[in-house]
Design a protein around this ligand. Structure first.
Ligand SMILES: Nc1ncnc2c1ncn2[C@@H]1O[C@H](COP(=O)(O)OP(=O)(O)O)[C@@H](O)[C@H]1O
Ligand SMILES: [Mg+2]
Length: 325
């Protein structure tokens, strides 16, 4: 695409002489980067973004508010593309985002789709996603943090950097915490190289709110705050169905009823993690199914036997053994 050679090492001095401000970078883009597309349909056809959005709709259960925001952002980018084609753009759109919600609500999954959309529309060169946490960015000793953070940024350049539980970067209780150093490097790159790197900060909503309050610089660079709601029991059940279908398994009627009950109970227990808990529960059910079949060594096993989960595969879960509150 329009990317000049990036020399990320030494992020602090990484502003190239050509693109020394986002405005200059873009006006150059406006002149040289006309794809010739003049209608929304042409941009959509050229980028195949519609198919990613449709897939997202189809493959992910629920998440309506998230899907709507994704479409809004895609619309913004398509219009921006058309504006750029006519040399109308003034500033590069800021695309850094925060994804807030409880564990297992689909943040990482949606971030990967977002990376593809950004790539298809030409906002990042390659569309890969690098997922990290504090430990990947922050060193233990003085002088270790900057090289670590820059190494991660180098890997993420041209794609999306996904920082999970981003608030751990900021530890006000520790006066000389190296997290601050990582934050400062990130802030610079988020500003200066925003035409080639999109940063997504993810985590619990309340903690992220506190983080943004204490880090106004970070807050001001995040253009899109997207909230991921918890799934309703019916959605979790549907997610289970899709996961099983993908793996060529299914539940018989008894297993189905048991699993509905399982969901109810599991949701009230500690460390419940939405769709992730469902994925884990199904994995354990498959283990139990395998043991069940394994214990009948002489039985001829049909395709149905091998792919059906029964009530006992679900009911053996610990979740059913805990005393009711
Ligand atoms: N809406 C959904 N429909 C189907 N599967 C989902 C959905 N949301 C999450 N999952 C699945 O649940 C698991 C956890 O999702 P993930 O994106 O890692 O959540 P988070 O990053 O919010 O913790 C993944 O295996 C993902 O495929
Ligand atoms: Mg995640």
């Amino acid at each position: 695409m329009n990317s000049p050679a990036y020399n990320l090492p030494g992020v602090k001095n990484a502003q190239s002489t050509v693109n020394d401000t986002p405005e200059r970078a873009l006006s150059a883009v406006g002149k040289t980067d006309d794809t010739g597309e003049r209608t929304v349909a042409q941009v959509l056809a050229g980028s195949q973004v519609t198919s990613i959005l449709d897939e997202l709709d189809k493959e992910l259960v629920g998440l309506l508010p998230v899907k709507t925001r994704m479409r809004d952002i895609a619309a913004l980018l398509v219009i921006d593309r058309l504006r750029r084609n006519l040399g109308l753009a003034s500033t590069a759109p800021s695309l850094h985002m925060s994804f807030t919600g409880n564990p297992g609500t689909g943040k990482t999954t949606v971030a990967m789709r977002m990376a593809q959309i950004l790539h298809r529309l030409g906002y990042v060169r390659s569309g890969h996603l690098v997922a990290v946490t504090r430990d990947d960015l922050v060193g233990q000793y003085i002088g270790h943090t900057a090289p670590k953070t820059k190494e991660v940024l180098k890997k993420a350049m041209g794609g999306v950097l996904f920082i999970d539980e981003a608030y751990y970067l900021y530890r006000p209780e520790n006066e000389r915490d190296y997290g601050q150093e990582a934050i400062e490097i990130l802030l610079q790159v988020m500003e200066n190289q925003r035409d080639d790197l999109v940063v997504i900060l993810a985590g619990y909503k309340d903690r992220m709110g506190t983080f943004f309050q204490s880090n106004p610089g970070m807050n001001s660079r995040i253009a899109h705050h997207i909230e991921f709601p918890d799934y309703a029991p019916t959605e979790l059940s549907e997610i289970a169905g899709r996961m099983l279908t993908e793996q060529h398994y299914s539940m018989d009627t008894g297993a189905h009823a048991a699993f509905e009950k399982y969901i109810q109970l599991r949701m009230q227990q500690p460390h419940f993690a939405n769709a992730r808990s469902i994925r884990n529960a199904l994995e354990r059910a498959r283990l139990r199914q395998a043991s069940r079949l394994f214990s009948q060594p002489d039985k001829e096993l049909s395709a149905a036997d091998l792919s059906t989960l029964c009530a006992e595969d679900i009911l053996a879960s610990r979740v059913f053994q805990t005393p009711r509150p």
